[in-house]
Design a protein around this ligand. Structure first.
Ligand SMILES: Cc1cc2nc3c(=O)[nH]c(=O)nc-3n(C[C@H](O)[C@H](O)[C@H](O)COP(=O)(O)OP(=O)(O)OC[C@H]3O[C@@H](n4cnc5c(N)ncnc54)[C@H](O)[C@@H]3O)c2cc1C
Length: 369
């Protein structure tokens, strides 16, 4: 049995930011328990030079890419505090549109988003790296899947399991749930049970982007820009429905796309076959060079058990309204608080939501200490 003041379940952006806030407040009796081997949760990237390189610039987002500083103020402030460099999504030039598999793709004037979507140099993983550096590494444990939470009058016992099946019990005064509400309600056992209405709300909250998959293709040059194309495309024929330039300043040329094929269909197709279809589509849209990327990668979030649950596979791609973050009465009241992005009232599902929800959760637990 290991004792701690605050246990944070999940080391995605919300969990790491909660740890960062606690340390800033001088609170050091906390532990971060993360199921995956890596930190970051839905923030993940592929490195152009391979997984073992120390290059942190030439990285490409498999999860979130964009933020909007004009109205996501707290996230913007954090990025500035951490000294992160960012740039505007490249959107200059014409875009390509595929309206039917019987017609050749059309070239159309592109449009520029307003306010501009911003990207981080080195990809969104740079934010995770920077936050991790602010934390005491002895407080972070990866490969620890929290399976059960048991509340007693004085504490909460968390039972976690590592990859070899070994169980550990953590005794905490308070718990911050930094994993999506639906995942928390469907994969963690609570004893005694959470209030029924709360469980229902959490289960009903779709995990943002859990149904999605991304394809990323890296090239030696931005050959599409040389043709006056922005790299943006829309397609109803697929497999990709929305494509963007993903090039990294000071790094590789790249395109990325979101799949239009539903998760349950993707599951039946091999990665190799999906990759071939993506290459063929990019060649139709941007020319033959697009068929021979230097490296291409697919990340299917719907098949990732630390993000998606079975219910998410049938879910609509909607930003759900934020569910209640804690029980209003009973043994869990004030001691168990949801802080993942979906619990954010203003930006549910977004990166900015992870910051808002973590901030609210840390305020709530520190008031009670
Ligand atoms: C493809 C994609 C594109 C996106 N694009 C954008 C974008 O452009 N802009 C934007 O603002 N947002 C975007 N998002 C959403 C953004 O990624 C999330 O809002 C944000 O990363 C959520 O962070 P979080 O910490 O709240 O949750 P998560 O990142 O989901 O973190 C939860 C953590 O909990 C861990 N965990 C789960 N179960 C357990 C358990 N039982 N025990 C211990 N640990 C556990 C998980 O492994 C994970 O590390 C996108 C998401 C995806 C998938």
């Amino acid at each position: 049995m290991k004792n701690t003041g605050i246990a944070i379940v999940g080391a995605g952006l919300s969990g790491l930011y909660a740890g960062h806030l606690l340390q800033r407040l001088g609170i050091h009796d906390y532990v971060l328990l993360e199921a995956r081997a890596e930190l970051g949760g839905r923030i993940a990237s592929v490195n152009a030079a391979g997984p073992s390189t120390s290059d942190t610039i030439d990285r490409f987002d498999l999860g979130p890419t964009w933020f909007w500083p004009a109205y996501q103020r707290a996230l913007h402030r954090l990025m500035d505090e951490l000294g992160l460099a960012y740039f505007e999504q490249f959107e200059s030039g014409d875009m390509m549109v595929e309206r039917s598999s019987d017609e050749r793709p059309l070239r159309m004037p592109g449009y520029e988003s307003s306010p501009a979507s911003m990207r981080l140099i080195g990809g969104m993983s740079t934010l995770i790296d920077a936050l991790r550096r602010t934390l005491d590494p002895t407080h972070i444990l990866t490969g620890q899947t929290v399976r059960q939470l048991c509340a007693t009058p004085t504490h909460i016992d968390l039972h976690s399991q590592d990859s070899s099946g070994r169980l550990t019990t953590w005794r905490a005064a308070q718990v911050l749930l930094a994993l999506p509400p639906r995942l928390a309600a469907s994969t963690i056992a609570f004893a005694p049970a959470l209030p029924q209405a709360l469980t229902q709300q959490w289960r009903a909250t779709a995990t943002w982007m859990a149904t999605q998959a991304k394809y990323i293709a890296l090239y030696d040059s931005q050959f599409w820009r040389a043709q006056g194309l922005s790299g943006a495309a829309r397609s109803v024929c697929g497999p990709l429905r929305e494509i963007h330039d993903a090039s990294m300043p000071g790094g590789s040329a790249a395109l990325f796309g979101f799949f239009g094929i539903p998760a349950h269909v993707r599951k039946k197709v091999s990665t190799a076959a999906l990759r071939q279809h993506c290459r063929a589509q990019l060649a139709r849209l941007f020319g033959p060079q697009a068929a021979i990327p230097r490296l291409d990668v697919i990340k299917d979030w719907a098949q990732d058990p630390w993000t998606a649950s079975v219910t998410d596979l049938d879910a609509m791609m909607d930003h759900a309204e934020a569910p209640v973050a804690m029980a209003a009465s009973g043994p869990w009241q004030g001691r168990l608080i949801g802080i993942a992005s979906e619990w954010s009232p203003h930006f549910p599902g977004y990166l900015a939501g992870a910051i808002e929800a973590a901030d609210r959760g840390v305020q709530a637990v520190t008031i009670r200490r």
